[in-house]
Design a protein around this ligand. Structure first.
Ligand SMILES: O=C[C@H](O)[C@H](O)[C@H](O)COP(=O)(O)O
Length: 257
């Protein structure tokens, strides 16, 4: 039985299938988390079972680890792998410089550790994730449970004077209880509206002792595979140059609205 996919799922799957072709025999591969990454993991599982593709995979969440194992993919820890050839992961938003917001599924910490331990990072996303400026999607910040309220107050103070539109925040819930990450931490979602300077915001948030990591991924992604609802996928590579087209400030080579 084939389930009918929504247009955004068709786009997610298109990007995931295109990125799955970038995985070569013998590679050590970081596997992202989320609905887009799930299409990737399933496709890699097909390649492992069908073509005999041999990879060592490092999952970015307990959920992805379970899916990868169920698909017959060899799962290792990041310490066992040492360093990765390639990581493929989803995103919640991507701007014209391939800066990202990630962590909608709460996996941002392992995702950032895995991505920064990789020679190449490929982001898979549907067209709807593409934005002119980051910040419409609430920015997830992973914080330790100890002193949570004080940490949230310090986050609020750090936002004053920064180039953001809004400053509301909320502790993420799973039902009635706080959401708990794979590292046993909590997530605070910041509703910022528009982030003027993602690099600076990321640094300021990480200066707060109770903050473990934030969902801004700047200067991490090398390649974006953007899927469309017609089932096509387009590859945009940062190696083309961050400002490859005169008068335009994004890797898409067009003005983003
Ligand atoms: O924590 C979750 C991850 O950062 C996901 O990669 C991100 O939320 C995108 O997820 P999805 O592919 O389901 O939109």
């Amino acid at each position: 039985m084939t389930a009918t996919l929504s247009p955004s799922d068709i786009a997610k799957r298109a990007s995931a299938l295109r990125a799955a072709e970038m995985v070569e025999d013998g590679m050590k591969v970081g596997l992202g988390t989320g609905s887009t990454a799930a299409f990737l993991v399933r496709r890699l599982g097909e390649r492992v079972r069908g073509e005999g593709l041999r990879i060592a995979a490092v999952p970015t969440s307990s959920g992805t680890a379970a899916l990868a194992r169920a698909e017959g993919i060899a799962v290792v820890t990041l310490d066992e792998a040492g360093w990765l050839d390639l990581t493929i992961d989803g995103a919640d938003e991507v701007d014209g410089q391939l800066s990202l917001i990630k962590g909608g599924g709460g996996a941002l910490l392992w995702e950032k550790v895995v991505a920064t331990a990789s020679d190449r990072v490929v982001i898979i996303a549907d067209e709807g994730k593409r934005v002119a400026a980051l910040g419409r999607f609430p920015l997830p910040v992973e914080v330790i449970p100890f002193g949570l309220r004080a940490t949230m107050r310090l986050i609020g103070e750090a936002l004053v004077g920064l180039d953001v539109e809004g400053r509301d925040m909320a502790l993420r819930k799973a039902g009635d209880a706080p959401f708990v990450t794979d590292e046993g931490n909590r997530i605070v979602d910041l509703r910022l509206g528009r982030i003027g300077d993602p690099r600076r915001l990321g640094l300021e948030l990480n200066r707060i002792p109770g903050v473990v990591e934030n969902g801004l991924f700047t200067d991490i992604a090398d390649t974006l595979v953007l899927g469309a609802a017609d089932g096509s996928a387009r590859v945009v590579d940062i190696a083309q140059g961050r400002f490859p087209f005169a008068g335009q400030d994004n890797v898409f080579g067009e003005v983003l609205g």
